[in-house]
Write a protein that binds this ligand. Structure first.
Ligand code: GAF
Length: 387
């Protein structure tokens, strides 16, 4: 059963009304470019095959009712009360779909809102750093955009998802995940300029090169609405303010000696991560274009070291996953996503996956860590209507 089937089945249990449609959006893995999005820099994520689906039926009243396969209770709110319910907060998982409805209505004043039942089902692992939240947002935004004839394009729907996440859920994230989920292209990663929101799909050619992306989900839980993520953002803002620029996007590698003189050690290292990571994204895209995927391994390794030592968002489980997959022959490996837990990715010859998987399991057991979830991800299509 796919998420699309599961969402349809759940909707049929909620209502006898006819199905209006099913829409889905994927999670994402970020190949490189971490914490650069809210610094108006560059990122290079790809949508994965695991998706979240939203099945919808139109109601005769003005109530939005959401249910999901990952929570017990339905949550409902009338369109008239939506602003107040979002302002009051505390909506838990329902903050994502209801936050999207709220943000969409504000972004598209000409939309024709009507009451709907929404059933959600997901294949995206939660808390793995693969953006299960952007998948919910993308599926619901795509669905309501059609059912309410809001007429927004994919970039505008990504913005709606980010507003939901920032203002309804309270996680101060950037726009990478929503853009990756909305705009993904099969066999490609999305090179995104987070200042202009211009995108370019860049062919990855993993299969032709006999390579795969292996995910090691450490099962260490993270949440971006709490401490560490917010603190890193604040440090980046301090760094940009010291340079008198709107965002660290405007600081280059050549400016780093001056940054070292101006900033305290911690702020300097946060800035150095962002500045060098932006350059690594550009270098990765150039290397892929010129020489194909086997040329990007060292950039992934350098990205991980920068997150571990300068940005300090890795955890021992992620470092061990990276070291062990590299030891097992991966060309490159790094933690992916916001950090403080979640998953690492390794770029590895497909034939080496069984041995690498065994090596990671053994290393985790020897360190007393939980047995990680290990699986491959495939660059896939972004948000779409399925039914
Ligand atoms: C999380 C956030 F949601 C993204 O916006 C991004 O900042 C990422 O962490 C780090 O690159 O996924």
């Amino acid at each position: 059963m796919t998420a699309v089937d599961d969402a349809r089945t759940l909707l049929a249990r909620m209502t006898d009304a006819p199905l209006a449609g099913v829409w889905s959006a994927p999670g994402r893995a970020n190949l490189i470019g971490e914490h650069t999005d809210y610094n108006e820099g560059f990122v290079f994520p790809f949508a994965i095959a695991q998706r979240t689906a939203a099945a919808l039926a139109v109601r005769s009243d003005d109530v939005i009712r959401v249910r999901s396969t990952f929570a017990d209770d339905a949550v409902e709110v009338s369109l008239a009360d939506l602003d107040a319910r979002i302002a009051a907060g505390n909506l838990d998982w329902a903050g994502y779909p209801l936050g999207v409805a709220w943000a969409l209505l504000h972004a598209a004043p000409d939309a024709e809102p009507r009451g709907v039942d929404i059933a959600l089902a997901s294949e995206v692992p939660v808390g793995a750093g693969l953006s299960s939240s952007a998948a919910i947002e993308g599926a619901v935004a795509s669905a309501l955009n059609d059912v309410w004839t809001a007429g927004l394009d994919k970039v505008a729907l990504a913005r709606v998802g980010r507003i939901a996440e920032n203002d309804a859920v309270g996680a101060p994230t950037g726009i990478m995940d929503q853009m990756a989920s909305m705009l993904g292209v099969a066999d490609a990663a999305t090179f995104l300029d987070c200042r202009t929101l211009e995108t370019r799909p860049v062919a990855l050619g993993f299969a032709e090169a006999g390579l795969s992306i292996l995910v090691i989900d450490t099962l260490v839980e993270h949440a971006h609405s709490t401490g560490g993520y917010r603190e890193r953002r604040a440090a980046c803002e301090r760094g940009a303010a010291a340079f008198g620029v709107p965002a660290l996007r405007d600081v280059t590698v050549d400016d780093l000696p001056r940054a070292a003189e101006m900033l305290d050690d911690v702020t300097f290292r946060r800035v150095r991560h962002i500045v060098t990571e932006n350059q690594r994204v550009l270098d990765t895209v150039a290397a892929l274009d010129a020489d194909g995927p086997s040329a990007i391994g060292e950039l992934l390794v350098a990205s991980h070291a920068s997150m571990r030592d300068d940005f300090e968002i890795s955890v021992p489980e992620l470092d061990l996953a990276v070291e062990t997959t590299l030891g097992a022959g991966a060309l490159g490996a790094r933690m992916t996503g916001g950090g403080f837990g979640g998953a690492a990715i390794a770029l590895i010859a497909t034939g080496l996956i069984p041995a690498a998987t065994e090596a990671v399991r053994a290393a985790f057991a020897a360190s007393g860590f939980r047995t990680p979830n290990i699986f491959t991800v495939t660059p896939s299509e972004g948000a779409r209507r399925d039914v």
